[in-house]
Design a protein around this ligand. Sequence first.
Ligand SMILES: Nc1ncnc2c1ncn2[C@@H]1O[C@H](COP(=O)(O)OP(=O)(O)O)[C@@H](O)[C@H]1O
Ligand SMILES: [Mg+2]
Length: 421
Amino acid sequence: MKVLVIGSGGREHAIVDAIAESSKVTKIFAAPGNGGIAEHAELVSIQADDVPILTEFAKNQRIDLTFVGPELPLSKGLVDVFHKNRLPVVGPSAHQARLESSKSFAKQFFKSNNIPTGEFIECSTPGEAYGVIETTKWPVVIKADGLAAGKGVVIAEDADQARSTIQQFMESKTLGEAGSKVVIEEYLEGQEASFHVFADGTDYQPMVAAQDHKRRFDGDEGPNTGGMGAYSADTILSPEQHSAVFSRIIEPTLKAAKSYAGVLYAGLMLTSRGPKLLEYNARFGDPETQVVLSRLKTSLIDVLQDIVEHRLAARNLEWRRDPAATVVLVAAGYPGKVESGKQIFGLDEAKRIEGVKVYHAGTRREGGRIYTAGGRVLNVTARGATLAEALERAYFVAEMIEFDGKDYRKDIGKKGLAGER
Ligand SMILES: Nc1ncnc2c1ncn2[C@@H]1O[C@H](COP(=O)(O)OP(=O)(O)O)[C@@H](O)[C@H]1O
Ligand SMILES: [Mg+2]
């Protein structure tokens, strides 16, 4: 079977790696892929959101299954076009992906389906938004309506910060059209959790929970990033929280978002009044995928085929009990401007360490050597009998790999360790 994976991050490397394990799969293409993905897949230089060219490619190559990693091609209707061309694809339609691509659409959807979420007001003009912050409690959360690659949410501590955020998003248009509308949302307190499900349009299968580390520096300080690390362990959600997530959030969503197929990712805040939904993503999280898939025993390609053939209900997903952790190695300057092209050393040695996989994010392969090519460079992912062991392994390898300007957070999974004791 011939598979096409769309995307170029650590998430897509983990997906390609899991797909490559199956003997059914004879060929994997990745568009555009990265230096690590190149080990298992043939890289095709088509941008992840170039829907017409990707469609042509899948037709010409007679691809048996396409998996869409990032949100942009989903929001641009890649899945709709593939369906029209009878090309088997895993992912939601552009309309379904609005759960991610429009915060105001999503919040209205949560409200009309009684899904627990923070109180909010939608503002279409700067005037409305400035008006709302005159009477709000602090802090307050300001969210750009459209896709903003993780840069569209600000937790404003006071009126000055709120005003300047509204000015930037809505008047200076620093995020382009994504910021022309905003949602102003109640600030919720608690631990965050990421919860993914596979859905086939009728049925769904839950995945194991994970926790992301969004802030750049230890102790959750500094700016938000695409994700500095993650862990997955069965202790992230209590049994009560787990059942509340199913009955109050996931099930009403899939019932209302008729025929949603693909991966649905719920960003949760575990508040003292139960889990509340911060947002949905219409695809896998990055770096959560790296830890979640490393615990999946069932062959990923089998699950993806179940989705395409609408027979997920009969599937019994098997998971490893072992926790997993991933530490993201970043280039100096991230999440700001970074310098690329630094040679990476130690990757071959890392391959020999048991229980560890190094997924590539921003890398490039040239003449047998690997170079940095982005802010988030590598994701060192490890499993262990305990979370402590998984973290020990991941940090051992994080230390071992070298490139000029390498940095990483030293406290990934720390909150999870407290739960393990
Ligand atoms: N209502 C809220 N209360 C507290 N923190 C929030 C709230 N909404 C979002 N956040 C914080 O902001 C981050 C980004 O918000 P999210 O809605 O996930 O948007 P996106 O991932 O599209 O940037 C969340 O991971 C969370 O840390
Ligand atoms: Mg988010």
